[in-house]
Design a protein around this ligand. Sequence first.
Ligand SMILES: Cc1cc2nc3c(=O)[nH]c(=O)nc-3n(C[C@H](O)[C@H](O)[C@H](O)COP(=O)(O)O)c2cc1C
Length: 177
Amino acid sequence: MDLKQLYLKRQSTRKYSDRPVDDGLLREVCALAALAPSAKDSQPWKMFAVNGAKAREFAPCVQLGGANKWTDGCPAFIVIELDREKSDEKIGERFSHGDFSGNDIGLLAAHMVLAAEWLGLQTCILGIRDEEMIARFLGEPEGSRFPLVIAAGYAEEGYPVREKDRKPFDEIFRSIK
Ligand SMILES: Cc1cc2nc3c(=O)[nH]c(=O)nc-3n(C[C@H](O)[C@H](O)[C@H](O)COP(=O)(O)O)c2cc1C
């Protein structure tokens, strides 16, 4: 797929078909996402693919305060864990604005959703989540951080392709010469 088409085609998908998602495909998406850049190449992340019946059990982890109810029908999730040790060890205290982990995780997520779309999977980035519940679900230590979760699957047939509703470009871009 042409890169521009890929950027236009990727959209947050909130209704999925029952078609199961192959474990290998989720792995491939994560392997491509892992090529994302990160500050000092710290790669402060881990990824967990939650698929099939386990995804149905996982959905409440991203329904904090009654949000994201639509995820009940989501066939797969990729959970992004922030690996704090990796982030600290590489950045250290050498820079006053040393915490780039938010940027790193955002870049990972951006690579992930585009890689998924390219491989034929639709996604939705989820910022609403219950990190304590996720830690328990995954058996990770208490206090582990899970900044983003990616819902993934095949869009329900007929799912509308929305026009991008972005700010007028001239409002957000200036050419300095
Ligand atoms: C950091 C972040 C957190 C988000 N959290 C949620 C969420 O919890 N639930 C949801 O339905 N969409 C969530 N979204 C999706 C945005 O609403 C969506 O990307 C935005 O409206 C633009 O639409 P598009 O992705 O279809 O282009 C999130 C997106 C980002 C980048």
